[in-house]
Design a binder for this molecule. Structure first.
Ligand SMILES: Nc1nc2c(ncn2[C@@H]2O[C@H](COP(=O)(O)OP(=O)(O)O)[C@@H](O)[C@H]2O)c(=O)[nH]1
Ligand SMILES: [Mg+2]
Length: 225
């Protein structure tokens, strides 16, 4: 058998296309229930769970909230959300480094979007794979935290390209790290001119109002749209 006779099957493209179709169906389903779903992505430790908890505290009296947590192995994040009395589902990906629409669909079945105004997905901590998969969310958000460095848009361009908003978290640590805010903004704008960039600190609360304002506006626009 010669090399030219070997059949090459692009499995990745097939998987992505399948997930894309299902993601469209999930969006229709969420449109039907009037539920805004946000997909939150970032590296491990950049502050996803902290931002989810801040968001719960700010919006729990205003919106009916649910959270879909995704983790390779543990339930530590969902326990923190559950302690706030908020509806949460833990998806254990068993080694998978991202969520696809099929996994989110199972999460939605469990969390029950018909009773919710806002669902936040805390995706698996990773700047690579989650960016490739449409989860069916209305908006994508990402966090880059100051200790990770200002070169990350250069290294992980797709993630910065697919997000509607970028939270620059751990601003309280800016003095400790060589992080050039202007450089990061320029690098991000080349990839994604329309992205909102919000400096914040989940520790001190700096910038959280702007984040909540952005999210509230998106939920409102979704409902009116
Ligand atoms: N100094 C500082 N630490 C933070 C901030 N946000 C989160 N952390 C800490 O960073 C660590 C990881 O946060 P976590 O929310 O679990 O990140 P996740 O892995 O992305 O969900 C925890 O020790 C948090 O307390 C922040 O704005 N400033
Ligand atoms: Mg977390």
């Amino acid at each position: 058998m010669e090399a030219r006779d070997i059949r090459l099957i692009e499995v990745k493209e097939g998987i992505l296309a399948e997930s894309q179709v299902l993601a469209g169906k999930l969006r229709e389903r969420l449109r039907g229930t009037g539920t805004f779903m946000l997909n939150l992505m970032s590296s491990p430790g950049s502050g996803k769970t902290s931002l989810v908890l801040r968001t719960i505290d700010a919006l729990r009296n205003e919106l009916r909230l649910g959270v879909i947590e995704a983790d390779i192995a543990s339930t530590v994040d969902s326990e923190k959300v559950a302690a706030r009395g908020v509806k949460v589902v833990q998806l254990k990906t068993g080694g998978f480094c991202h969520l696809d629409a099929a996994m989110v669909s199972e999460g939605l079945d469990a969390v029950g979007p018909q009773d919710l105004d806002l669902i936040i997905i805390e995706n698996v901590g990773n700047l690579v794979c989650p960016a490739e998969f449409d989860t069916g969310a209305a908006r994508n958000a990402m966090i880059l935290s100051i200790p990770e460095g200002d070169d990350k848009p250069l290294k992980y361009p797709l993630m910065f390209s697919v997000c509607d908003v970028l939270v620059l978290n751990k601003m309280d640590a800016l003095g400790v790290f060589d992080f050039d805010l202007r450089a990061v903004e320029q690098r991000v704008r080349v990839l994604n001119p329309a992205i909102r960039i919000l400096p914040a600190s989940c520790k001190t609360g700096e910038g959280i109002d702007a984040w909540i304002g952005w999210l509230r506006g998106e939920v409102r626009a979704f409902r009116n749209g």
